[in-house]
Design a protein around this ligand. Structure first.
Ligand SMILES: Nc1ncnc2c1ncn2[C@@H]1O[C@H](COP(=O)(O)OP(=O)(O)O)[C@@H](O)[C@H]1O
Ligand SMILES: [Mg+2]
Length: 333
């Protein structure tokens, strides 16, 4: 596991029972809980305006959050290209000649029944797995044999189907870790706390705070990640991924475990992220949800692309409806 890889902390397969990172054991730390002032785990709500007065203005938040990276592709041109990607696990072909593009500035939905290969696709394009054959091109360059942290630096960030956060760090620290990936200070520079390093550190904090505010958890900045609600942890993961200033943000079932109202509000956030200049790849199980937010949808079934088009085209495609086992459209979840 690379220590330079905030976009891919503890990455690996996404199998087994979904777990909730909120599983905490307060009785492991009786001393802390007895500390004066209620102990370290007492939730405190922070007013961002106290920390950083200009963040009270949503337009300032939006400006600080907006993508600033140089991207070679123009809006609408392919940013990422999966070209004939096959990925085998022993005898199992998880991806079978998968070809599709993600265009700059769009929200692309990647959908399909359980086991269709969605997460494997993510893992192939974030460098967790190497394709058995085929190629992934990103912003004009092949991902080839690049390592995960190099891929993060190229501008691909992701969240996980199972939440992965630094539970003992505060929400703010979790996001600052992401901004570190973009810093240019050398190690000696950081050790001797050069002016540039201090400047980057300050900038990192400000941006992290703006990102927390943007995703809607600004008030929980100083709480340990594990004390955030499940929904807030999901939002925090998105803030951390955005902190690396990705050209492409990949979200693996970010609304898993949400109720319909929470799902809707998360989709609003994803739309806002796109409007701020990011390109988004969204894995989602719930076809109805994806239809409302995506610009285009790619459908996988048994590792193959069975449809690629507008939400209209795809959700009325008989092959897609059959893949979802003929369940009436509005019952698909
Ligand atoms: N690391 C792995 N080792 C073996 N098989 C795997 C591994 N990861 C995924 N698979 C298999 O690949 C197929 C696609 O899985 P996955 O990409 O997780 O599907 P989805 O995310 O669409 O539910 C499944 O049959 C799964 O069991
Ligand atoms: Mg999956």
């Amino acid at each position: 596991m690379s220590s330079h890889d905030p976009g891919g902390i503890g990455a690996g397969a996404e199998h087994g029972e979904p777990f909730r990172a909120t599983e905490t054991s307060f009785d492991k730390q009786p001393r802390e809980a007895e500390m004066p002032g209620g102990g370290v785990d007492e939730p405190v709500s922070v007013d961002v305006a106290d920390v950083h007065p200009s963040l009270a203005d949503p337009t300032v938040v939006a400006q600080m959050v907006a993508a600033k990276r140089d991207v070679r592709a123009q809006v609408g041109e392919p940013l990422l290209q999966m070209q004939d990607v096959t990925l085998k696990f022993g005898g199992l072909t998880a991806l079978d000649s998968v070809t599709f593009d993600i265009r700059r500035g769009e929200i692309l939905g990647l959908i399909g029944p359980n086991g269709a290969g969605k997460t494997t696709c993510f893992n192939a394009l974030t460098g967790v797995y190497r394709p058995t054959s085929g190629e992934v091109l990103f912003d004009g360059a092949s991902l080839g044999k690049r390592k995960r942290h190099q891929i993060t630096q190229m501008g691909i960030a992701r969240t996980f189907q199972n939440i992965r956060l630094f539970n003992e760090m505060t929400a703010l620290e979790n996001v600052v870790v992401g901004t570190d990936a973009r810093h240019r200070t050398s190690v000696p520079g950081a050790l001797f706390r050069s002016r540039r390093h201090r400047h980057e550190e300050r900038e990192g904090m400000d941006r992290a705070m703006a990102l927390l505010e943007f995703v809607g958890v600004g008030g929980r900045a100083t709480d340990k990640a594990r004390n955030l609600s499940y929904g807030d942890q999901r939002r925090l993961e998105i803030a951390r991924a955005l902190a690396t200033e990705p050209k492409l943000l990949c979200l693996d079932e970010p609304a898993a475990g949400f109720n319909p109202a929470e799902k809707e509000s998360l989709m609003d956030l994803i739309r806002q992220i796109r409007d701020d200049g990011y390109t988004v790849l969204l894995i989602e199980h719930d076809m109805r949800l994806v239809r409302g937010v995506t610009d285009r949808i790619v459908v996988l079934e048994f590792g193959r692309v069975i449809a690629d088009g507008t939400p209209e085209q795809v959700t009325t495609d008989p092959a897609v409806i059959a893949a979802y086992l003929g369940v009436p459209d509005d019952a698909i979840a």
